[in-house]
Ligand binder design. Structure first.
Ligand code: AMP
Length: 543
């Protein structure tokens, strides 16, 4: 019997189509950027699309060919946005690089990706000059600025000016159509051990991720939104927001390197931002600034918080004191990044506020497209009872199948092991207990470092807290709490420990508390547990 085939058009899912759609249907919607230089730049999707076409022409003139990698060392800004689309749209691969990594790591990543062109913001000129002698494949260095800001002297031979390149072109360029599985961008994982690994996204995975993440139960983006991604465009494509904003035609506000509480607050207010996204640490700065100056937000209504666990106290402060709804999300570089987000179901709407909050504090439900399981040590799936905790594995069309130029497959039976330990409740809400490496193993029982941190963060004198495993002769490991006090606040070890009483089982309460001025963070703003464990490797717990 012959199979009846669907009779629909075959149109590959192309990243360029997101921008052409925005340019046609939201032509005068603005993209506003706070530049590295400090001033504000504003233009529209129509302007951005034309300049992305000109950039595609300019890169072709430099000799770039399908599949070539174009590196970026840049903050969130309109030129970076144009590079996203000008490269991927023309079949090149946009390779965003995290400038907060160590210089040696940056050079290693650029060499591994074999970037042919490196585009960078003005403030990274000294870094690029330093790296240049070690970069084996870069043929062109492009300073993302205008002629007025080109350096009088530089060790980079033939340094090109972004504005000159773009403005030399006429824009007579048609976005090509090609296989939707073609690589569109690369992002390297931060790699706490060993070398970073490249996740290679495709046009298809990126467009599907943009569709899914804009859904109401995900980020819920719309043409009425003004979106300010605090999450950097070098951290998993700013969680896909440059794509989903274009997909829905939302105004975009790009803050450049100006991420302190004061600068962000001003931008939120002047540009009437409604929606944002970022890791918990950036919200600490913004909340402190707003509290200190008794400020309220006039338009800011909701934000996605993810990248590391959002402390429940932060969720409550944003909602109760500032009227900002928090959407707690979990994801990974290997997932483009979105996996789960926490939103209520209809049946939860009549629950008391506290019961609703306990649901929203979890990392949430998967978006359609992602499938997840928790696996026990015996390799068998565990029940979704909200109690059994196991290794979280995922699969889906925007989950990696392999890493760039690595032969060994990371998959286990077709699933990607996330390295996270989690529970899933009967309604499908997933909660991360820990990174498997960070969980504290005390006498064969597991203690969640995230739970200990969340409790500490609820103490009014605590600015930031991290719980780590400390060697113990009898129990193998016991929890040590590392605390940064709020400026001017007083808090003793005994007061901190007393705060845990009644909140968790006695045996889970940390054995000791140390106070520090600062907790180390990774290049993507997560607490550097490995470094803390090294720092306190010889810490002697009280008996
Ligand atoms: P990255 O690929 O650098 O974005 O890191 C991904 C990892 O960040 C995940 O595997 C988790 O360990 C952690 N992570 C991301 N979001 C959350 C969250 N909401 N709660 C707890 N951990 C998270």
């Amino acid at each position: 019997m012959s199979r009846l085939m669907g009779q629909m058009m075959q149109m590959p899912l192309m990243i360029s189509s997101l921008l052409t759609h925005a340019a046609r249907h939201s032509a005068d919607t603005e993209i506003v950027s706070k530049r590295v230089e400090g001033d504000i730049h504003r233009y529209t999707y129509r302007d951005a699309e034309l300049r992305a076409r000109k950039l595609a022409q300019a890169l072709a003139r430099l000799g770039c060919e399908m599949g070539d990698r174009i590196g970026t060392l840049a903050w969130n800004g309109y030129r970076h946005f144009e590079i996203y689309y000008g490269t991927s749209g023309s079949g090149l691969v946009c390779h965003t690089i995290n400038p907060r990594l160590f210089p040696e790591q940056i050079a290693w990543i650029i060499n591994d990706a074999e970037d042919r062109v490196l585009c960078f913001d003005l403030n990274f000129l000294p870094l690029v000059e330093k790296l240049a002698p070690t970069l084996r494949t870069v043929q062109h260095f492009v300073l993302m600025s205008d002629p007025a800001h080109m350096p009088a002297q530089t060790s980079l031979s033939g340094l090109l000016c972004y504005e000159e390149l773009v403005e030399a072109e006429d824009g007579q360029y048609t976005w090509p159509q090609f296989d939707e599985n073609t690589a569109s961008s690369i992002c390297y994982t931060s790699g706490t051990t060993g070398h970073p690994k490249g996740a290679v996204y495709s046009h298809r995975s990126t467009v599907l991720h943009a569709y899914a993440s804009a859904l109401p139960d995900a980020m819920g983006c719309s043409a009425q939104d003004v979106i300010l991604p605090v999450v950097p465009m070098f951290h998993v494509n700013a969680w896909g927001l440059p794509y989903s904003a274009a997909l829905v035609g939302a105004k975009l506000v790009l803050p450049g390197p100006h991420l302190d509480g004061k600068s962000l607050y001003e931008l939120f207010e002047t540009e009437k931002v409604t929606f944002s996204a970022g890791v918990p640490t950036v919200w600490l700065g913004l909340i402190n600034h707003a509290k200190q100056h008794n400020l309220k937000f006039s338009t800011f209504k909701r934000t996605v918080i993810g990248g590391s666990a959002c402390p429940p106290s932060m969720l409550r402060t944003l909602e109760d004191d500032f009227g900002v709804n928090v959407i707690h999300a979990w994801g990974m570089t290997e997932l483009s990044p979105l996996g789960t987000l926490s939103k209520l179901k209809a049946k939860h709407l009549d629950l008391p506020l506290e019961a609703q909050r306990r649901i929203l504090e979890k990392q949430g439900k998967v978006i359609y497209g992602i499938d997840m399981q928790i696996i026990g040590d015996d390799g068998q799936p565990l029940p979704w009872d909200g109690k059994s905790s196991g290794n979280l594995v995922v699969r889906g069309p925007w989950v990696i199948q392999s890493y760039f130029r690595r032969d060994e497959s990371p998959l286990q039976d077709g699933w990607f092991p996330t390295g996270d330990v989690a529970t899933i409740d009967p309604d499908g809400y997933m909660q991360i207990t820990d990174r498997s490496k960070d969980v504290i193993k005390s006498g064969g029982e597991w203690i969640s470092s995230i739970e200990l941190e969340n409790i500490a963060m609820a103490h009014p004198a605590v600015h930031e807290a991290a719980a780590i495993a400390c060697k113990h002769p009898k129990w193998d490991e016991r929890p040590l709490l590392v605390v940064v006090r709020k400026p001017g606040a007083s808090l003793t070890r005994e007061e901190m420990l007393a705060f845990y009483e009644g909140k968790i089982a006695k045996w889970q309460i940390p054995d000791d508390v140390v106070f520090v001025d600062e907790i180390p963070h990774t290049a993507t703003g997560k607490i550097q547990k490995l470094k803390l464990r090294e720092q306190f490797a010889n810490h002697v717990l009280p008996t």
